[in-house]
Design a protein around this ligand. Sequence first.
Ligand SMILES: *Cc1c(COP(=O)(O)O)cnc(C)c1O
Length: 482
Amino acid sequence: MAHVKFYYGDSVPLEMHKARIVQKLKLLPIEQRWEAMTRAGNNTFLLKNRDVFLDMLTDSGVNAMSDKQQAAMMEADDSYAGSETFSKLENKIREIFGKEYFLPAHQGRACEHILSKAFVEPGSVVPMNYHFTTTKAHIVLNGGIVEELYLDEGVKVQSSHPFKGNMDIDKFQAAIEKYGAAKIAFVRMEAGANLIGGQPFSLENMQEVRRICEKYGLLLVLDASLLADNLYFIKKREEKCKKMSVREITRALADLSDIIYFSARKLGCARGGGICTNNKEIYQKIRELVPLYEGFLTYGGMSVREMEAIAVGLEETMDEDMINQGPQFIAYMTTELQKAGVPVVTPPGGLGCHLDAMEFLAHVPQVQYPSGALAAALYIVSGVRGMERGTLSEQRDAEGRETLSNMELLRLAVPRRVFTLSQIKYAIDRIVWLYENRHLIGGLTFVEEPRVLRFFFGRLTTVSDWQAKLVARFRECFGDSL
Ligand SMILES: *Cc1c(COP(=O)(O)O)cnc(C)c1O
């Protein structure tokens, strides 16, 4: 997106791409959306895509590809071993990250599976700036402990800290003293810290983390899944990086990391993943796990078409006009909502706009899942599908008691290059309306509660007839509008 000042109206983010393939969308009338939500057990994961207008569930695997990516997919070289396509991707990784060895894996969590299997044993500790669901699950599965060392500011909903994803260096030092360096399997830095709202860390913070890792002989692993957003924020917000190119910033971060892994469902706008390093011993240690769990070393569970698209997508990520599109749309959405008084996570991050359901629905107790209720309500009044990130996404403890989440968020992901600004404006409009009618929204309770990953498959019902009242109020206000 270009930095273009407008003459007549307020400046808005300006897309530096045009749509040449489109997909038709349908917006059902509110009564049908209510029925669809009921059929889905008030769980947005269980909605059918055909019933959704704007799918803001996730940015994973749903980013728009470029013409060049599509073209590259046509010339993919299919072979079990030694495909030309793999060499292309390997060379692109070498060029961008400066890492000699590349191991493919089918998506981000597959890399986490392999790294945890290789480095984590019972009693191991993995310090990190913030956890991600799949990362934590794999580390815990191997008997490890996740030690989160986020800034206190990082979990404050409203903040002006430019790098809420930074690791707290004092906490890092304290963790090393507490556990001893020998217990630490590796240190993990997550770019664009997902669960606190796609919040970046600074290059300076990464340098400090590296300094300490070197002092104690610790491996530093970069989760680069949301690197594109983090690169943009470093360039935009970190004074001494303003003159660096995106490529230079990428290389500086890569040079500080012993191992980099990524989900190409996000980074590179395709579907896949991989691990790279310059350390031959590490490479040899993890290499044998790839054919065992993923596939042969030159595809690792990915289709060659996707690998072609990733190679091009990584190159496109080095273009500031490309990586700023997501964050600028999110900043627009967040700022407009803030102006209307809607509680949102600030500063705006990458990945999506996050509504603060704890405040939005202060009258709904956490055991009635305010973020889940808000997700259901927003879908009903707009056809926009978001993702609950709160108590519903937690697991009950051993005694069956709820684990209350420290944040109740509704995440509205903005997949890269997918939506237009008028669609974002529509979403903002309906959110503001919902906020003004928030007193009508009530809680949810489980009717079917799976023991694990309940947020994926669980079904819920309303604690009162609040949805009927919400639909009636909508009709009163909007007449026969969709
Ligand atoms: C999505 C994500 C992952 C997992 O990647 P998948 O491709 O979904 O398995 C890991 N880390 C971060 C930061 C992510 O956002």
